[in-house]
Ligand binder design. Structure first.
Ligand code: FO1
Length: 312
């Protein structure tokens, strides 16, 4: 009989650390449902940053220092755009550009994002199932004191400096779970929410009604790793987004965001004073060091989660 799979729900650079850890421990039988809210169109090209971050992490070709893009890539294309006086704020590497051009062509020819992603994964020798959360356009936009902008423009283009008034997911009304997403969730023995921004990375995935319902109804062990230590996110704009969404910027805010389905929340040892409050929400806290600064930390975290799954 087939051993039921483990499904990771992933966002961007924070999640990539755990994906790299798992990628080195689990050879197959791993599904990764990845955020699409960061997707945007740049020079007519469909850029899917979180899908690519996950893909390069699993293919072991990622620039691990930055957490995005391909190792040893160059930026000649972007630099040339800048010489023409054109926008070059989003640094698409030259090799990264190859996937972006092909994705745009293949999407335009009628392939779904899931099919396109599968084709890349086959070519890159990835044995895991990388599943975009949604095949429909679903984009995260930020309402700021300087107007509404796409998440990438807010964070990369403007350096995350504008005051955040709200977050919205454009296209949500027509968004369905991507091909294979519900199947992955229903056949998994464990579902892991990677350490990622609960609003802009995991938020768009869970905002799709059927996906959230599948998590609520799942019999799998559902574990999240906190992206927050103390009152600060490990990286990225989570604090501003959580605040604007009315969420507390702490492990409790994370616990509440997933309270309707979560069984376990892994929190940092420095947050162990929060264990009783987390338990009161019906979630079991698991306390350990959650910082992943080295590849050994990434592997250790994956190993720890696998041990937790096996013992339940
Ligand atoms: N993040 C940046 O901060 N600056 C960039 O120029 C940038 C380029 C980029 C290119 C391809 C890609 O797949 C990701 C890229 N990222 C860049 C990361 C990305 O903007 C975000 O970290 C994720 O979308 C967060 O989820």
């Amino acid at each position: 009989m087939l051993k039921p799979a483990i499904t990771l729900i992933a966002g961007g650079t924070g999640s990539a650390k755990l994906l790299r850890g798992f990628g080195n421990q689990v050879r197959k039988d791993l599904n990764v449902i990845v955020n699409v809210g960061d997707n945007f169109t740049f020079y007519g090209l469909r850029v899917c940053p979180d899908v690519d971050i996950a893909m390069y992490a699993l293919a072991k070709i990622q620039n691990t220092r930055r957490g995005w893009g391909i190792h040893a890539d160059k930026f000649d294309f972007m630099d040339q755009l800048a010489r023409y006086g054109e926008e070059a704020w989003f640094r698409l590497g030259d090799r990264d550009l190859a996937a972006t051009v092909l994705r745009t062509l293949w999407l335009n020819s009628g392939m779904s994002l899931t099919q396109v992603t599968q084709r890349f994964c086959n070519a890159l020798g990835i044995r895991h199932r990388l599943l975009p959360a949604c095949d429909d356009a679903l984009e995260t936009w930020v309402q700021t004191d300087r107007g509404d902008v796409h998440l990438q423009e807010f964070w990369v283009g403007r350096g995350g400096n504008d005051r955040v008034l709200g977050i919205s997911y454009h296209g949500l009304e027509d968004a369905n779970p991507g091909e294979g997403v519900l199947d992955a969730l229903s056949t998994s023995r464990a579902i892991i929410i990677c350490p990622a921004n609960p609003v802009s990375s995991i938020g768009p995935i869970l905002a799709v009604r059927e996906t959230r319902m599948a998590l609520q109804e799942s019999k799998a062990v559902r574990i999240a790793v906190s992206p927050i230590i103390g009152a600060a996110p490990i990286s990225g704009p989570a604090a501003a987004f959580m605040k604007a969404s009315g969420q507390e910027i702490s492990v409790l805010g994370v616990a509440r965001a997933y309270q309707d389905f979560l069984d376990y929340l892994v929190i940092d040892t420095s947050d162990k004073n929060k264990v009783d409050d987390i338990r009161e929400l019906g979630i079991t806290p698991l306390v350990r060091n959650i910082k992943m600064n080295t590849s050994a930390d990434e592997a250790a975290m994956a190993f720890y989660l696998l041990r937790q799954i096996r013992s339940r």
